[in-house]
Design a protein around this ligand. Structure first.
Ligand code: HPA
Length: 276
């Protein structure tokens, strides 16, 4: 079945479930579902009810599409995302993004957990992403281009919205939240990196490394969405002092940092929708 037909079926299903046409879409990362508590939920739809939707296979990710309001703003949040390492294709991982666009999303907020490559970063800090390097060795736009969504060769000179970055930095500073700004490198995982790999990733210009976000951001840019993404630093990836990390520890650190992340996202979501 053609992707456009699949999208249409998923969209038709969702249209029957809710009248909400949110301009704001949110994708929440590992251990970072707390923003959901800020949503006055109108409708929750498990991913497995939505035609052609992939199903999250990672224990720490719920699979739920949540429609509701943050303050006065209509939002749709994806609690649980899909990773390349789960075995999905890049097109499958980004299928939900196409749906968000069809539902009316114009601005996208993404969170993730990432390892800190920059030696100045500490566990529990946040980093606002202002650029990325795609080392996943694949790309969700490979294949026939869908002109109805965007151009064959999308520009990537500023994949993350500059004014949202500035607002986030100012808000973090005013609220004593440590939020760096830097470069996210996407790898496939699922293993964490070797010392030699961390050294390499730092040398090529990475500040953090993670296993998600970049496919979504590529597709969001393809469709012209205004995009903001932020990482929680869950482990320190200094090759000379590296200690083994467990995924439980990563989730624990993410959960602890989550309230600050939620504060920033909530502020940005509400302020980004104010008329200028
Ligand atoms: N590497 C890749 N992905 C990650 C890491 C890491 O060190 N920490 C959290 N996600």
């Amino acid at each position: 079945m053609d992707i456009l037909e699949k999208l249409k079926e998923a969209y038709e299903y969702l249209k029957k479930q809710t009248n909400s046409r949110p301009k704001v879409g949110i994708i929440l990362g590992t251990g970072l579902g707390g923003l959901v508590k800020e949503i006055q939920v109108e409708k929750q739809i498990p991913y497995n009810f939505i035609p052609h939707f992939p199903i999250s296979t990672v224990e720490s990710h719920f699979g739920m599409m949540i429609f509701g309001k943050i303050g006065e703003i209509d939002v749709v949040a994806m609690q649980g995302r899909f990773h390349f390492y789960e075995g999905y294709s890049m097109q499958q991982i980004t299928f939900p993004l196409r749906i968000l666009k069809l539902l009316g999303t114009e601005t996208l907020f993404i969170s993730n957990a990432a390892g800190g490559l920059n030696p100045a970063y500490q566990k529990g800090d946040l980093m606002i992403i202002d650029d990325h390097i795609n080392l996943q060795n694949s790309n969700p736009l490979i294949g026939p281009n869908r002109n109805e969504f965007g151009p064959r060769f999308p520009d990537m000179s500023a994949p993350y919205d500059k004014s949202l970055i500035t607002n986030a930095r100012e808000f973090a500073q005013a609220n004593n939240i440590t939020a760096h700004t830097g470069v996210y490198i996407a790898v496939t995982g699922p293993n964490l990196e070797t010392r030699a790999e961390y050294r390499f990733l730092r040398q090529i210009g990475g500040d953090v490394v993670g296993m998600s976000t970049v496919p979504e951001v590529i597709v969001a840019n393809h469709m012209g969405l205004r995009t903001f993404a932020i990482s929680v630093i869950t482990d320190e990836c200094n090759p000379d002092t590296l200690v083994p990390v467990k995924v439980e520890e990563i989730i624990k650190v993410a959960t602890e940092a989550e309230p600050n992340l939620t504060k920033i996202l909530k502020y940005l979501i509400v302020s980004s929708q104010k008329p200028i």
